[in-house]
Design a protein around this ligand. Sequence first.
Ligand SMILES: *[C@@H]1O[C@H](CO)[C@@H](O)[C@H](O)[C@H]1NC(C)=O
Ligand SMILES: *[C@@H]1O[C@H](CO)[C@@H](O)[C@H](O)[C@H]1NC(C)=O
Ligand SMILES: *[C@@H]1O[C@H](CO)[C@@H](O)[C@H](O)[C@H]1NC(C)=O
Ligand SMILES: *[C@@H]1O[C@H](CO)[C@@H](O)[C@H](O)[C@H]1NC(C)=O
Ligand SMILES: *[C@@H]1O[C@H](CO)[C@@H](O)[C@H](O)[C@H]1NC(C)=O
Ligand SMILES: *[C@@H]1O[C@H](CO)[C@@H](O)[C@H](O)[C@H]1NC(C)=O
Length: 400
Amino acid sequence: MFPRIIKMNVRVFYLFIVLTYANGQDRQMVSKLNMGCDRCDPKQNPLVYIRAQSSKDTIHQLWDFTDHVPAVVYAIGSPNSTLQINWSPSLSPILFNFSEPLFYSFSTAIESIIEYDDIKDNANYDPRCVSKIHPLDDMSWQLVDSILTDKEAKVVLNGDGGKRGKIEMKLDLLPFEDYATDLPHLIHTANSTLIDIKLVNLTESRDFNASRFALRFVMIGTDPPADSWSMNMRKSLDDEHTPGVFEIIEIKSPESIKSGNGGFMQFRPVAYTEAERGVSSSTNAYISSFNRTRIPRHSILRQFYKDYFRQTDTHDVVQQDMVVSFGMAGDGFYRQHNFTSWSFNFGYGSPPLEGFSMFVVIIISIGLGVPVLLTLSGIIYVLSRRCKQRNPPARFTNDE
Ligand SMILES: *[C@@H]1O[C@H](CO)[C@@H](O)[C@H](O)[C@H]1NC(C)=O
Ligand SMILES: *[C@@H]1O[C@H](CO)[C@@H](O)[C@H](O)[C@H]1NC(C)=O
Ligand SMILES: *[C@@H]1O[C@H](CO)[C@@H](O)[C@H](O)[C@H]1NC(C)=O
Ligand SMILES: *[C@@H]1O[C@H](CO)[C@@H](O)[C@H](O)[C@H]1NC(C)=O
Ligand SMILES: *[C@@H]1O[C@H](CO)[C@@H](O)[C@H](O)[C@H]1NC(C)=O
Ligand SMILES: *[C@@H]1O[C@H](CO)[C@@H](O)[C@H](O)[C@H]1NC(C)=O
């Protein structure tokens, strides 16, 4: 009995694999490093541009490291829209020229690292803690790895903050839906970029004895400036992909709340204190509420939205910030590991929903199948007993 079920499920599994690959790409992707700048150093403070086209629209993405503060910009236009970037003689981008007006744009930037003295050991960032703000406007970024093809766009960067320590960032975009290979196995799609951040050997202030480090994000959307990004915590169906973590936090831009066609950030409230991500190295990630702020001075966003306003009838954007902090009470603070890594998904449209995997489907089908088969075999046994009583005795064989 069992081998047949397993054979059937293996067949379903193969069919699943074949269908997944036959589906191919959801968007046609083109990615370029320092587009329009021949003299730029490809390894130092790069600007990655990705164009991802579908029949309905084109997503233009910029992953910018040219002006210290790392920023990810999304701009949505018609399928045929194109972008041209002009560069200054000092090799900074100075003009973002779209071929036609855009529908919508949103972006995020990591403006600063907040070091807070968590003497009460609450773990999450509390604005009442004594804290120091370390703006990222003196970071320099080195490209240490990249794949920029029409099948994948991925970059890995080392951010050097001098004596303050190191920030590593990895950005990855695939033109189809997939689970990330690393925990917490977030789902990313052709509409969203997966971003990993590592805070490595950050130097603590000597006058703090309970330092923890948090990230301050600036969130921008081309919505009326009085509107607001909003946050929602969702419970997932199962923790198969992220053992022990059932919550998913989703942050949406005003347009996303209104029509579904806006920006989102999605993550699990979990971070890791060792390079090897696992259940034993996991810790909590927390998010603050939003506050109004301004676009950071040292980021591409100022120039980008100045050009954006020139080409549309918008004149201002929503500008808010929020703080993501890490740790658990009693964990010995940041210095216990001198390492924190965390992942999030930043994208356009509806945040991806996790489905049941083939493994769970197999378990469920075995779970439902076995009782059904037992009932059936019981019925067959009873029927065959009745038959036996009428016919001459014969040996009942089961070759399975
Ligand atoms: C986009 O360009 C193609 C080919 O140049 C053209 O056939 C099509 O009509 C254009 N679509 C729009 C929406 O302008
Ligand atoms: C940190 O230092 C303050 C005084 O400077 C002290 O009251 C507090 O107990 C210390 N906290 C820890 C966790 O060592
Ligand atoms: C938001 O702003 C208020 C008022 O300025 C301030 O008290 C609060 O600490 C800020 N929140 C965060 C998370 O920075
Ligand atoms: C991506 O966005 C397009 C609309 O722009 C939508 O039709 C599509 O379903 C989205 N794909 C995913 C996987 O969210
Ligand atoms: C962080 O510091 C430790 C100890 O000083 C060192 O062994 C380790 O290699 C450093 N990590 C990185 C990624 O530089
Ligand atoms: C982390 O760095 C501090 C100095 O900044 C050092 O005292 C501590 O031993 C380091 N911890 C580990 C686990 O390496």
